[in-house]
Design a protein around this ligand. Sequence first.
Ligand SMILES: Cc1ncc(COP(=O)(O)O)c(C=O)c1O
Length: 407
Amino acid sequence: MSATHPAVPLTERAAAHVMPTYGPPKATFVRGQGTALFDEAGNAWLDFLCGLAVTSLGHAHPAVTDAVTEQAGTLVHTSNLFLTEPAVGLAERLARITGWDDAKVFFAQCGATANEAAIKLARKHGKQRSPDKVRVVALDGSFHGRTLATLEATGQPAKHEPFAPLAGFVDHVAHDDPDALRAAVTAETSAVLLEVVQGEGGVRALDPAVLAAAREACDEHGALLIVDEVQTGIGRTGPWFAFQATDVVPDVVTVAKALANGLPIGACIARGPAAGVLSPGDHATTFGGNPVTAAAANAVLDTIEAQGLLDTARVRSQRLIEGLQRLADVAPYACGVRGRGLLLGLELDAPVAAAVEAACRDRFLLVNAVAPDVVRLAPPLTVSREEVDLALSALEEALSSVADAPA
Ligand SMILES: Cc1ncc(COP(=O)(O)O)c(C=O)c1O
């Protein structure tokens, strides 16, 4: 048995008893405040990763802390056999921000379980029309989660390989080929599942023609269009949801990550006929709509609204994009910028993103290599102008240091 004494380094304790599914840890943090994370030595890091696009209000936001504290001291859990105000209030708020008066919400715990609910909903919707209408069309490069169904929907074959064979109900098509997408949708398709901006796939915004093709094909074949807004939702790309900046309206939207600023939550939101598909007994989860996580989410949505953070974030995004474009002109390796809002990727002309990420860490800046040649930046919506400028300077230095490093 390994010691649990604090004198034993956390890395050793983790190595002894935590499954190594995430690779070697890159730092240990003890506290966060706004855009800053503090490590054991007291160093302040600039967090332009937000725990993978989660802490959009920054760390330890007082509105979230207060909501959680208040709710934790009032009522933590009841199960879904009973109603609580935070969950119902959150469903109402989600209906408001989607702009769907008839929206109905299923609460999950994370992105994968929100997508799992959406896939089950679509398969039931399909089967109500025809027994074989259970297939799903998804895109290459997509990421939808790690449960068996969402793993299968994820368009990254290497992630399937250790667990194959999978159930075989997902058809993948190229992310940039509207004709291939149209051709893949058939009478047996229950849903098309896609991200408007592929996050884990490399911060890649879909061509509007692909979105339009998905909507048309779904309409033609009576399938549902599910937009996975787990990473893009709650203002990350500009509007509340990335689809709201397009001409396409999905039938189902899933959201998670930033919804409760770090507490585990997911939601599957459906409109129109899709909203009425799931009935008692079809789907359930013990912790869904938990009062504490729902209270945190209500505080997040209220704060974004009250403080006009979608607008602030647009201004910061502009500054960050301009700064990154300048780097693409002057800094080694940097050659382009992609993404939307505060979900941005710095494109590199060589597969050095991991080295750039590490060099940023050496300068106490957290970003991540989302592809071999793309560095992802996802600062909080509350990031200040000064923090944007500091991050850009650190990134510029990091790029130079990688260029100067001996081969
Ligand atoms: C678009 C998208 N969908 C689903 C997921 C899975 O979410 P979770 O890790 O909360 O299960 C992610 C996670 O990165 C994601 O980016």
